[in-house]
Design a protein around this ligand. Structure first.
Ligand SMILES: [Zn+2]
Ligand SMILES: [Zn+2]
Length: 232
């Protein structure tokens, strides 16, 4: 196992819930940890301040930071981020060919960057690889995988890509087959649940039981986009 430091969290996420995407669990946990760290232990570290100055935060993570209690911590981070931006977000000099070029370039860069997203990405990308090795090598892990209902489509895709990179051709094919089978089954069942949900708006189907369809709209959204949809 090459990526052994993530074996415990990955195995844990595959064991916790069978009716949710385990990578969504891992993402949420990483995100919570980063939010705690940035306003706590790592807030005053110079290297981290340099990175938050440069990258800033995406809309999602700004939104989450705004709901935290540490207003002074956030204030200090923003104070130096804004100070840093002063040197770029301004008109070009009198002889500049394009007065707005420097400013728009930097703003475009800022729109694409987020300190927290990058930190999460660094770790979760290794977790996809760890999960691929675990699937390939551990019988127990494959048994846990068997119990899970589905993988959200974006995380399922990323897991297959990581497995393709990390595993032998046969190892990759076995994982891809099992994952595609599982998600195909779930796609069919969630589609049927959504159809039933829609049908129930027709009075002619008043007597038809709701079955599993009552929360099917939410479940379909989570299957398509992951658990992040719920808080956006
Ligand atoms: Zn997911
Ligand atoms: Zn972000």
């Amino acid at each position: 196992m090459k990526e052994h430091i993530y074996t415990i969290p990955v195995t844990g996420a595959f064991s916790e819930h069978t009716d949710k995407c385990p990578f969504c669990r891992l993402y949420e946990k990483l995100e919570r940890d980063e939010l705690d760290l940035i306003l706590g232990a790592s807030m005053m570290e110079p290297e981290i301040r340099r990175l938050t100055n440069e990258k800033g935060f995406c809309e999602r993570h700004f939104g989450m930071l705004l709901t935290t209690k540490n207003r002074l911590g956030l204030g200090l981070i923003l104070e130096s981020h804004l100070e840093e931006l002063k040197k770029d977000v301004k008109p070009g000099g009198a002889f500049a060919r394009d007065i707005g070029a420097k400013s728009t370039g930097r703003i475009a860069e800022l729109e694409q960057s987020c300190y927290i997203c990058d930190r999460i990405e660094e770790k979760i990308s290794k977790m996809f690889t760890t999960a691929a090795y675990l699937y390939d090598e551990e019988k127990d892990f494959r048994a846990r995988f068997g119990e899970i209902k589905y993988f959200c489509l974006p995380h399922g895709r990323r897991w297959m890509s990581a497995a393709k990179e990390a595993l032998s051709k046969d190892g990759y094919s076995a994982l891809a087959r099992a994952l595609c089978d599982k998600n195909e089954k779930y796609l069919h069942s969630i589609k049927d649940d959504v159809s039933l949900f829609c049908k129930k708006f027709d009075y002619r189907f008043d007597d038809l039981p709701w079955g599993e369809s009552k929360d099917s709209i939410e479940r379909a959204a989570r299957f398509l986009k992951g658990d992040r949809v719920k808080d956006q």
